[in-house]
Each structure stands twice: as structure tokens, then as C-alpha cells.
Design a protein around this ligand. Structure first.
Ligand code: FAD
Length: 409
């Protein structure tokens, strides 16, 4: 692609402007620079990168156990796990590399466990069905009924460390970052309004996470979609707890919904997190209480949540009910106690920052979308459903998005 230059435009012209310095925006910007050269600018409304989902997630490098064979998620997650592990090793980012076990809480979960085993095999993931004795050798405190799944290549990293390394690398390679610079609206073709003035571009890439639908709509793209925010709350396991966790202990999830359930995860810094929940919110950045909710947005969220509740697709009512229960420590405890022997209510300590998932919903059908969604407009590309495991998948995800871009000049 030839560099884009139009010196009559309001500011210096950029070949590519990427909105959002989360893991997706940064990895796409880096890939654009590597492939096309030219001037690449990332604008970020916060004062540093990774302040939202990318810096506040569980840090688990997933493997592709859960996803339907052939889905974009399955493909990008399998490759993403391999590449992110390599990236962390090369950049000396500490990693807990002890795999994960998926356990059943009652016999009724065994068919879903076997389905996960099948999906893993179809996706080429290294897994084994193990009995209780083998489980105890891997995770002495984990409980299961009959069988469990051992997933060898699951690892845990600190996502903020990965973000720091990626931003530093992209900057070294010539990507420019402008912080405190919020996208504020689409003007005419090729010019974007920001809190720091107008910026001219050749191609715009929308990686705005929780606001990606709003940005896309301004370009006439993805009008059938809307982002619903779901807050993931975590507890820290009391260091004196009888529960010992080597790697990760996960439940069998309800395969009809996009969330994986409360799990135990040992982090590279040594502590163990328990979580996250997935509470539907009224505000996109509603990290605590009602802060981060705004009236017009909240009214729209209430409308969509009511429709999801009414239609009950993907068993939304039972998800919402289960998640509401987890708002209390006791409800959370009841969810976690089925996974590990020796857990006590007092073992759950507050501590880790919550994260908010940007879950896409189709407003026509009231369905929660499970696969990644990328849409194109004239001179623009929009990443609309970069939900978990998008952190794990970010490196091949960037290759995929950059290859699929429709560049007009
Ligand atoms: C609780 C939780 C646990 C998770 N666990 C895992 C896990 O274990 N493994 C895994 O692989 N994935 C996990 N995920 C998913 C993963 O974190 C996300 O898929 C990924 O971080 C999405 O990255 P992103 O760059 O799209 O979004 P974000 O990180 O949210 O980045 C979007 C950026 O856009 C910026 N922005 C928004 N609006 C504007 C604007 N108007 N102008 C300028 N900038 C703007 C925001 O400030 C933000 O920095 C988890 C997510 C959550 C919430």
C-alpha cells in the first residue's frame, strides 16, 4: 500500500489511525506497521495502554478447549496460545505453566465434559480425560465426580506485563501513541474528530472495546449490534487457606453461554484469584456501584436486558439469576466451593480490580454472539466482539484482521 498523504487536511495525515490501546489495537497497529510501513497512530482516551479489559482480565492463556471446531475463535486461540507463550518466553515475561483441570460438580456435567474432550481433540489441543487419582496428583485440592479433563498448555501471565512489552515494541518499530486522546465522532471521509483536534487518516481501525459499537455506528457499520457490558468480579484466596492451587481449577461451563464460570487461577506473582463473575451492567465502565453509568446508555441497556430476559435465548434468565447471586460473597463462595476441598467463606478476600467484558448482542434476534466479529466500512475496519479469549488470540487475531482489511488506495 502507498502511504496516504493529504497535506490540506487539518493535521498531519496518518496512513492508519487505530482507536484504542488495548491488546487488540496495539497488536493490530504493530502488524500494520510491519506489513505496510507508513505512519501508524494509536489514539487512546486513557493516559496509558491496557486500562480496561486488556489489563484487568484473568491472564489465562487459553488453549481452544471450549470452541466449536472451525470457528474463528478455535483457530485463533490455538495459534494464539502457542504464539503468546513464545512471546512471553522471548520477552522474559513470567508465566505459570502448570496447565489446568476442568472438574465436574455432579454426574450431570459428565456429558459436557466429554463434549469438551471431543472439541479439544477436533481443535488439536493437548488434553486428557483423567480419573480422580490422577487429578489429585496434578491439583491435590480439586474435587470431581468420576472424571476430569487435564489441559496441558494452559498458562497464566500478568496481562499488564504483556501490554507493557507490546507497547514498547510497537513504539520501537515506529507506531506512535497519543494518550488522553478520545475519538469524538466521524466527520467527512478520512477525518476523525478527537479530544485533541481533527486527525486525517487513510484507514481507520476501530478497536474501542466497550465503545466499539458506538464508533462503528457512526460509520454506518454494525447497526444490528450493540455491546452489553458484563462485570467480572474477582476475590483473592487468603494465603492461609487450606486450598492449594498449582495452576488452574475450572468448572465445566454451561456451553450455552459465553462465560466460563468462577475458577481458581494461580498468578505469576504468587497469589490465587477466584473468579470472575459476569454481572450484566447498566454502564459500560461501571467498575464500582453506579459510577460509570450514564442515563441514556443505561436506558438502552435496560431495554436490551429486558428483551434478553423476555426471550430467554441462550438461557439468559438463568445466567442473569446465577450471576446476581454472585454479587454477595456467600453466593460467590457457593459457586467456588464445589471445585476445591477445604474452601472456607473467610478465604475469599477482596483485592483484585474487576474487569468488564464487551459482549456483543444482535439487537434483532436478541442473541449473545460467541465468535469474534469484524466488519468493514469504506476506509474503516471495526473489531466488534473481541471477547475472551481475545487476549490469548491477539497475535494471530491481528494477522487475520490486517489480511482482511479492505484498503482503498
Ligand atoms: C473479567 C475478564 C476476564 C477475562 N479473562 C481472559 C483470559 O483469561 N484470557 C483471555 O484470553 N481473555 C480474557 N478476557 C478477554 C480479554 O481481556 C479481552 O478479550 C481483550 O482484552 C479485549 O481487548 P480489546 O483491545 O478489544 O479491548 P480493551 O482492552 O477494552 O481496549 C479498548 C481500548 O479502547 C479505548 N477506547 C474506548 N473508547 C475510546 C475512544 N472513544 N477513544 C479512544 N480510545 C477509546 C479504551 O480506553 C481501551 O483502552 C477477559 C476479559 C474480562 C473482562
Amino acid at each position: 500500500m502507498k502511504p496516504y498523504r493529504d497535506l490540506s487536511t487539518p493535521q498531519r495525515a496518518w496512513d492508519f489511525v487505530v482507536i484504542g490501546a488495548g491488546v487488540i489495537g496495539v497488536s493490530i497497529a504493530r502488524e500494520l506497521k510491519r506489513r505496510h510501513g507508513g505512519h501508524v497512530l494509536v489514539i487512546e482516551k486513557e493516559d496509558s495502554a491496557g486500562r480496561h479489559a486488556s489489563g484487568r482480565n484473568s491472564g489465562v492463556l487459553h488453549t481452544g478447549v471450549y470452541y466449536t471446531a472451525g470457528s474463528l475463535k478455535a483457530r485463533l486461540c490455538v495459534e494464539g496460545n502457542r504464539r503468546m507463550r513464545e512471546y512471553c518466553l522471548t520477552n522474559r515475561i513470567p508465566m505459570v505453566d502448570k496447565g489446568k483441570v476442568i472438574v465436574t460438580r455432579h454426574e450431570g456435567e459428565l456429558p459436557a465434559l466429554r463434549e469438551l474432550h471431543k472439541r479439544s481433540q477436533a481443535n488439536g489441543v493437548r488434553v486428557s480425560l483423567i480419573d480422580e487419582q490422577a487429578l489429585h496428583e496434578i491439583e491435590p485440592c480439586a474435587k470431581t465426580v468420576g472424571q476430569a479433563l487435564f489441559v496441558q498448555d494452559t498458562a497464566v501471565i500478568n496481562p499488564q506485563k504483556v501490554m507493557e512489552a507490546m507497547v514498547a515494541e510497537a513504539a520501537r518499530e515506529g507506531v506512535e501513541f497519543r494518550y488522553g486522546c478520545a475519538w469524538g465522532g466521524a466527520r467527512r471521509d478520512g477525518v476523525v474528530e478527537t479530544s485533541q483536534g481533527q486527525i486525517a487518516y487513510g484507514h481507520l481501525v476501530n478497536c474501542a472495546g466497550l465503545f466499539a459499537d458506538r464508533v462503528a455506528h457512526a460509520y454506518g457499520v454494525g447497526r444490528q449490534y450493540r455491546i452489553l457490558p458484563f462485570r467480572g468480579q474477582f476475590y483473592l484466596l487468603r494465603p492461609q487457606s487450606k486450598v492449594r492451587v498449582n495452576g488452574n481449577i475450572y468448572p465445566v461451563p454451561d456451553l450455552r453461554n459465553p462465560f466460563l464460570g468462577v475458577h481458581f487461577t494461580r498468578r505469576p506473582e504468587g497469589e490465587v484469584t477466584v473468579g470472575p463473575s459476569a454481572l450484566p451492567l447498566l454502564g459500560r465502565e461501571q467498575y464500582r456501584g453506579l459510577r460509570g453509568a450514564n442515563m441514556s446508555d443505561s436506558a438502552a441497556m435496560v431495554r436490551y436486558l429486558a428483551r434478553l430476559f423476555g426471550r430467554n435465548l441462550d438461557h439468559f434468565r438463568s445466567i442473569a439469576w446465577k450471576e446476581a447471586v454472585k454479587m454477595s460473597r456467600l453466593g460467590f463462595y457457593r459457586e467456588a466451593v464445589g471445585l476445591a476441598d477445604g474452601l472456607e467463606l473467610r478465604d475469599l478476600l477482596p483485592g483484585k480490580e474487576p474487569g468488564i467484558r464487551a459482549q456483543l448482542v444482535n439487537t434483532g434476534t436478541a442473541e449473545l454472539l460467541s465468535d469474534f466479529v469484524i466488519e468493514h466500512g469504506p476506509q474503516s475496519t471495526h473489531v466488534l466482539n473481541a471477547v475472551s479469549p481475545a487476549f490469548t488470540s491477539s497475535l494471530p487475531f491481528a494477522d487475520y484482521v490486517v489480511s482482511a482489511m479492505k484498503l482503498d488506495h
